[in-house]
Design a protein around this ligand. Structure first.
Ligand SMILES: [Fe+2]
Ligand SMILES: [Fe+2]
Length: 162
């Protein structure tokens, strides 16, 4: 699948999952949805940082990639905080709202400022190969179990631009 289409599809799924969590009626549901959204967000970001960004790095994408890596760091910190909180904690809801807002902003940034450049840099065949590679990594991280748990160790600094 085309890497850009894959990422856009996952953006919409992540936004839907976050909306569901915001609307959740019970703490049990909030915990379950946070685990789902956390796993999805973590594998999405990992495949961008390890596969997609290195493949689309060029003079005209460098600025937006560096900014995106800083946005990823902020998302990881918020997610790590949330995973350590009880769903009935006073700070859970406001922190989650910030995660949701920042995630939506980040998706806009990628879709408006990065993906159009990627579509000029890489042809459909290259994007399809990249999509396969990203899906393979995401599948592998999911098979290893609870990918969200890895974010706690990625909160010191932004991942390097490779
Ligand atoms: Fe993304
Ligand atoms: Fe991203």
């Amino acid at each position: 699948m085309d890497a850009v289409e894959l990422l856009i599809q996952q953006h919409r799924m992540l936004e839907q999952g976050m909306q569901k969590l915001e609307d959740a009626a019970s703490d049990a549901e909030r915990s379950k949805l946070l685990a789902e959204v956390g796993d999805h967000l973590t594998v999405h970001i990992a495949s961008e940082e390890q596969v997609f960004y290195p493949a689309v790095r060029a003079a005209r994408t460098e600025d937006v990639l560096l900014e995106s890596l800083e946005e990823h760091l902020s998302l990881k910190r918020l997610l790590a905080d949330l995973l350590a909180l009880a769903p009935d904690a006073q700070t859970f809801e406001p922190k989650f709202k910030v995660l949701k807002e920042q995630t939506e902003h980040h998706h806009e940034e990628e879709e408006e400022h990065l993906f159009p450049k990627v579509c000029k840099l890489l042809d459909a065949k290259a994007r399809a190969a990249l999509g396969e590679e990203m899906q393979a990594l995401q599948g592998q991280l999911r098979r290893e179990g609870a990918p969200r748990e890895a974010v706690a160790e990625q909160t010191d600094e932004a991942a390097p631009l490779r």
